[in-house]
Design a protein around this ligand. Structure first.
Ligand code: SF4
Length: 683
């Protein structure tokens, strides 16, 4: 019997914890602690601890499948590739679209966008960051010139005041929550604003329950109070920012007095006053947010407002400070960095920028690249498929499950069924794969080498621990073989993920100084522009990434959600996750240690609301919105604010996204998962 330990990076959240996969006779059978792992020092949350359990599930996809007469039949790789290449060649570039995946490696995301742009010549390439943090990228880039977390995870532990807004850090990024605990132990104050009394809220020195969708009003109110009390950082504002007067004009309006913000948000005025004082007077303060901020039709506005608050108080460019968006999927930062987006190549080089186009054409050895056009986002693709049938005809989806993760999934299904040809590449037969014409079996994280970039911009290694099951192959290899089949053998002639990474480093300024040897063992934070550069844990130390180096204050007025409660649908519905499950459950629901803890969905209803509706705990109720209905067990609790209800979105048996609204932020095109109008009835 041979036992070996393979150090790699967790496939779940954006924290990027390291662990050892324990391999016996060539097969992974456990996760072991990797004491010197750079982010987590050997500690793991339950998902990481049990990240081996789904790997050898008996229902892994092991052979290519082609649908014939409505049924999947096994095929050879050559048969599948020939069919895909023949079909893709039959469509015009504008009729095709690709979805990449934040669950796959940097190398695979880079290859997917290269495949779309080189082999299909389509600009329509996007991935699931559109659904979680596209508003972060757009919002922070507009204010700071860079759309990423400004500080490091370790840094958060040095803060003297942490404002957590729209993030259930203790459940969703548990190993980042350890930095919050460290800050508390060092005397730092913690403020949590959330409609639910979450495990994170329980750690707060000040908890502020609020009505989902009122974030801008709250942030403007805090800023007004800070300015009124003369506690803004005048020196920072004067030296490092511009447009402060424009900000003042808006935030000083009567609408944003503490009394009025209290009426809008439900937070007592005294709590807002206390929060403003702590944030403004702390030696150093950090703001943490997640999807509670981003998944709104005002997502970009919300993000810009967080940046306004931290610039106002001078909390940027130093340890323990910053605007810290916590990314959801393990590699959502990397998938964005790699250009799996419709408007940028890797390193956020704009597709419309002629020098960037020229550079990519030279590197890729082609004369044409999707005409330098900005393509469709995921949400636009789905809307076009459903509402303008025939405009998009073929789609290639890698490692995404929009049939459970997209808003208003009836609408998404209608759209996907309108496709003439759908290829899905995944590790399991997902709800989306069921609709495909061809399904390609992919290797999971434990079966391939590669890199991923965590929420703090740290690029780290994945290492292969076992062979993929049956004939499954790593996504990077499938993309290379398909690219070659499409007539681009030289462009896709990579023999290893490391060779792909070397091309990434060559064309991506922020990754330029990185290489596999340099990533061992601690990884590197981008930007890392040269081979000698140590990486950049804290952004914006001296200047912002703007042409004039100044951060831009953005005056933002509060706007209500696209759909607000009314007489027919009198409550606000918000959605989220539990610590035991992950997104659409393809991995965690096959992990018995996790599934047994949270096997079914539920709807959280405030005790007073439940009493008024005559609903008791555990009773199955009907939740309905203008999109559809879900019958689901009620969890009656005081741990959610009156008037708001919550459903986790993991469960196909109780699909929260049958109810959610597909209204989009006008800039980031992110859907409003966090607020729509709902009614709940006894059945
Ligand atoms: Fe994995 Fe995130 Fe848990 Fe770390 S905190 S073990 S990265 S799921």
């Amino acid at each position: 019997m041979e036992i070996k330990y393979v150090s790699t990076t967790c496939p779940y959240c954006g924290t990027g914890c390291g662990f050892n996969l324990v391999v016996r006779d060539g097969r992974v059978f456990d996760v072991g602690h990797w004491q010197r792992a750079p982010v987590n020092g050997g500690k793991l949350c339950p998902k990481g601890r049990y990240a081996h359990e789904f790997i050898n599930s008996s229902d892994r996809l092991t052979k290519p499948l082609i649908k014939k007469d409505g049924k999947f039949v096994e095929a050879t790789w050559d048969e599948a590739y020939d069919l895909i290449a023949e079909k893709f060649r039959s469509y015009k570039p504008a009729e095709m679209a690709c979805l990449s995946s934040a669950r796959t490696s940097n190398e695979e995301n880079y290859l997917m966008q290269k495949f779309a742009r080189v082999a299909l010549k389509t600009p329509n390439i996007d991935h699931c960051a559109r659904l979680c943090h596209s508003s972060t990228v757009a919002g922070l880039a507009a204010v700071f010139g860079s759309g990423a977390m400004t500080n490091s995870i370790k840094d958060i532990g040095e803060s003297k005041c942490i404002f957590v807004l729209g993030s259930n850090t203790f459940e969703q990024h548990p190993l980042i929550a350890r930095s919050i605990v460290r800050a508390k132990q060092n005397g730092g104050k913690v403020i949590v604003a959330d409609p639910r009394y979450t495990p994170t809220a329980r750690q707060a020195d000040l908890y502020m329950p609020f009505v989902s969708g009122t974030d801008v009003a709250i942030l403007n109110g805090l800023m007004q109070e800070i300015i009124k009390s003369g506690r803004e950082d005048k020196e920072f504002i004067q030296k490092r920012t511009k447009d402060f007067e424009n900000l003042k004009e808006v935030v000083m309006k009567e609408d944003y007095s503490l009394e009025n913000v209290s009426k809008t948000s439900g937070i007592p005025a005294e709590s807002l006053k206390q929060a403003a004082e702590w944030i403004a007077t702390a030696d150093v303060a950090a703001l943490i947010y997640s999807m509670g901020i981003t998944q709104h039709t005002t997502g970009v506005d919300n993000v810009k407002s967080t940046a306004n608050l931290m610039m106002l108080t001078g909390n940027l460019g130093k340890p323990g400070a910053g605007v810290n968006p916590l990314r959801g999927q393990n590699n959502v930062q990397g998938a964005c960095d790699m250009g799996a987006l419709p408007n940028v190549y890797s390193g956020y080089q704009k597709v419309t920028d002629e020098p960037a186009q020229k550079k990519m054409k030279e590197m890729w050895g082609v004369d044409e690249l999707a005409e330098g056009r900005v393509g469709y986002t995921v949400t636009e693709m789905i809307n076009i498929l459903a509402d303008r049938p025939g405009e998009l005809k073929a789609m290639y989806i890698m490692g995404e499950n929009p049939m459970l993760s997209d808003p208003d999934i009836q609408h998404a299904e209608e759209g996907l069924r309108n496709l003439e040809f759908l290829v899905v590449q995944d590790i399991f037969m997902t709800e989306t794969a069921e609709l495909a014409d061809v399904v390609l079996p992919a290797a999971c994280y434990a079966e391939k080498d590669g890199t991923q970039t965590n929420t703090e911009r740290r690029v780290q290694r994945w290492r292969k621990a076992q062979d993929p099951p049956g004939e499954a192959k790593p996504d990077w290899q499938i993309l290379c073989e398909l690219g070659s089949k499409m007539g681009y053998p030289e462009q896709f002639a990579f023999e290893s993920p490391e060779a792909v990474f070397n091309e990434i480093a060559a064309v991506t300024p922020s990754y330029h100084g990185m290489s596999y040897p340099r990533l061992d063992p601690d990884g590197l934070h981008w930007p890392c522009p040269t081979e000698e550069h140590p990486g950049t844990a804290i952004l914006h130390r001296e200047t912002f990434a703007m042409p004039d180096g100044l951060g831009v204050f953005s005056p933002i007025e509060w706007k209500p959600a696209a759909e607000v409660p009314d007489a027919e649908y009198p409550f606000v519905l918000t959605t989220g996750r539990t610590i035991w499950q992950w997104h659409t459950g393809t991995m965690t629901r096959r992990s018995w240690s996790l599934e047994k803890e949270a096997p079914i969905g539920w709807i959280e209803i405030n005790t007073e609301d439940a009493e008024a509706l005559g609903i008791t705990d555990d009773e199955v109720v009907r939740a309905s919105t203008r999109r559809g209905s879900v019958d689901i067990p009620a969890k009656v609790t005081d741990e959610i604010i009156k008037g708001v209800m919550f459903i986790p979105f993991h469960y196909k048996e109780h699909p929260a996204n049958k109810l959610t609204h597909n209204a989009l932020d006008p800039i980031a095109k992110i859907p409003e998962f966090k607020a729509c109008a709902v009614k709940v009835e006894k059945i």
